[in-house]
Write a protein that binds this ligand. Structure first.
Ligand code: IPM
Ligand code: MG
Length: 384
C-alpha cells in the first residue's frame, strides 16, 4: 500500500466516523421497560467455557423470573451460533443472522467468545464483544468492583465504542515497514459516557468522579475527553471531578490509603479495559466481576473474562466459575427493573462466594461444578 492508498483508506474511515456521529446525534430516548410486553432477554452462550457458565446463569435467571415468565412479562430467548467455529466459517465477527436475532431482543446475556489474534488457528476476525458493542451502540461499559472489608467500592464507566477500539481492526499497513492504528474521540461519545458517570454518582450519593486519561501526552483525543469532563462537571455542583493519568492511577489502585478515596471512575476504552482487570483482581479476580454494556436502545451483560479454551481442552469446562456471569445477570435484572430479584441474587452471590462458601469453585475437579454452584445460589436465594 502506498501513501495515496493509505490516504484513501483513511478518508473512508473518517467518513464512517462522521456517519457514526450523525447516528449518535439521532439516538432516541432510552427504552422504557415498563412498556415492553414481554421484555425479551436474549441468552447467547459464546464458546469455550461459555456454554457451561451461561447455562448455570440462565438457570438462575429462570428461577428468579419464574413468575414474570409465567405471566408473560418476560421471555428468555436462547440465541445459538455465536461460536468461534461459526464466526470463522462466515468470516464475520457476528454472523448476520445471529445479529438480527440479537437485535430482536431488548437485553442480552452473553457468554464469553474467543477473540483471535494473528497466528491463531482461527482467521483474525474482530472480537464479537467489540463488534456487538459497536453494532448495538453500547457506549457505557459499567464495571463495579467491591471489597467491603478493604473499603473498596468502585464503579468504572469505561467508554465502550471509541478510543483505540473504534478502528482496532481497521488500522493501515502503509507498506511493509509502517503500520498505523487510530484512536477516536468524538464530542458526543465523550459527553454521553461522562454524563452517565455523573448521573450514576448523583443517583447513588457519590461525591467524586475521577476522569482517567493520559491527556498530557495523548493531547488530542484524551485532551478532548479531559476538557469535556471539566465542562460536564459544572452541571453537578455537589460532585467533585478530579483527573488522574492512567499510569499513576494503576499504581494508586494498590495504594491502600489512596484507593479507598476513589468512587466513580470514567475513562476511555483501552484504559478502562486494563484498569478494570486490575481492579477486579482485588475482588478475587476477573472470574468474580460482571460487566454491563449499556446503550439507549440495547444493553448486553457479560463476564469480564474470556472463553478460557484451555479449560475446555483439559475437560474442565464444567468446573468453570459462573460467578461473574451471575454478577452480570444481577446487573441485567436491575437494568430491566427487577430490583428485588437483582438484590436477592447479589446477596446470594456474596454469601456463596465470600461469607459462607459451603461449596467452592476451583476450576478443577477439586471443587464443585458450575451446575452445583447454580443449585447452591438458588437454594440461598430461596432462603433470603
Ligand atoms: C473485556 C475484554 C474484551 C475487551 C476482549 C475480549 C475483546 O477484555 O471485555 O474487557 O478488550 O474489551
Ligand atoms: Mg478486558
Amino acid at each position: 500500500m502506498n501513501i495515496e492508498n493509505a490516504k484513501n483508506k483513511f478518508g473512508i474511515l473518517l467518513e464512517q466516523q462522521l456517519e457514526r456521529i450523525k447516528k449518535i446525534k439521532a439516538t432516541s430516548a432510552p427504552i422504557n421497560f415498563a412498556e415492553c410486553k414481554p421484555i425479551i432477554i436474549g441468552v447467547t452462550s459464546g464458546d469455550g467455557i461459555g456454554p457451561s457458565i451461561t447455562k448455570a446463569s440462565k438457570d438462575v435467571l429462570e428461577f428468579l423470573l419464574a413468575d414474570a415468565i409465567a405471566e408473560g412479562k418476560v421471555e428468555i430467548r436462547e440465541i445459538e451460533g455465536l461460536t468461534i467455529e461459526r464466526r470463522a466459517a462466515e468470516n464475520a465477527a457476528i454472523p448476520p443472522a445471529v445479529l438480527a436475532e440479537l437485535k430482536a431482543c431488548h437485553v442480552i446475556l452473553k457468554g464469553p467468545t474467543t477473540t483471535p489474534q494473528a497466528g491463531d488457528e482461527w482467521p483474525n476476525i474482530e472480537s464479537a464483544n467489540v463488534a456487538m458493542r459497536k453494532e448495538l451502540d453500547l457506549f457505557a461499559n459499567v464495571r463495579p468492583v467491591r471489597v467491603p472489608e478493604k473499603g473498596i467500592d468502585w464503579t468504572f464507566f469505561r467508554e465502550n465504542t471509541e478510543g483505540a477500539y473504534a478502528l482496532g481492526s481497521q488500522g493501515i499497513h502503509v507498506d511493509d515497514d509502517l503500520a498505523i492504528d487510530f484512536t477516536v474521540a468524538t464530542t458526543q461519545g465523550c459527553e454521553r459516557i461522562i454524563r452517565a458517570a455523573f448521573e450514576y454518582a448523583k443517583a447513588n450519593g457519590k461525591k467524586r468522579v475521577t476522569a482517567v486519561t493520559k491527556s498530557n501526552v495523548v493531547k488530542t483525543t484524551d485532551g478532548k475527553f479531559s476538557v469535556i469532563a471539566k465542562e460536564i462537571s459544572k452541571n453537578y455542583p455537589g460532585i467533585t471531578l478530579d483527573e488522574w493519568y492512567i499510569d499513576i492511577m494503576t499504581a494508586k489502585l494498590i495504594d491502600e490509603k489512596r484507593r479507598t478515596q476513589f468512587e466513580v471512575m470514567v475513562l476511555p476504552n483501552l484504559y478502562g479495559d486494563i484498569l478494570t482487570d486490575e481492579a477486579a483482581e482485588f475482588q478475587g479476580g476477573v472470574g468474580t466481576a460482571g460487566s454491563a454494556n449499556i446503550g439507549a436502545r440495547y444493553a448486553m451483560f457479560e463476564a469480564i473474562h474470556g472463553s478460557a479454551p484451555r479449560m475446555v481442552k483439559e475437560g474442565r469446562d464444567i468446573y468453570a466459575d459462573p460467578a461473574s456471569m451471575m454478577r452480570a445477570s444481577a446487573m441485567l435484572l436491575s437494568h430491566i427493573g427487577f430490583i428485588k430479584e437483582s438484590e436477592t441474587l447479589t446477596k446470594a452471590l456474596d454469601i456463596c462466594t465470600i461469607s459462607e462458601r459451603e461449596i467452592t469453585i476451583t476450576g478443577r475437579d477439586t471443587g464443585c461444578t458450575g451446575d452445583e454452584f447454580a443449585a447452591y445460589i438458588m437454594k440461598t436465594c430461596k432462603s433470603l
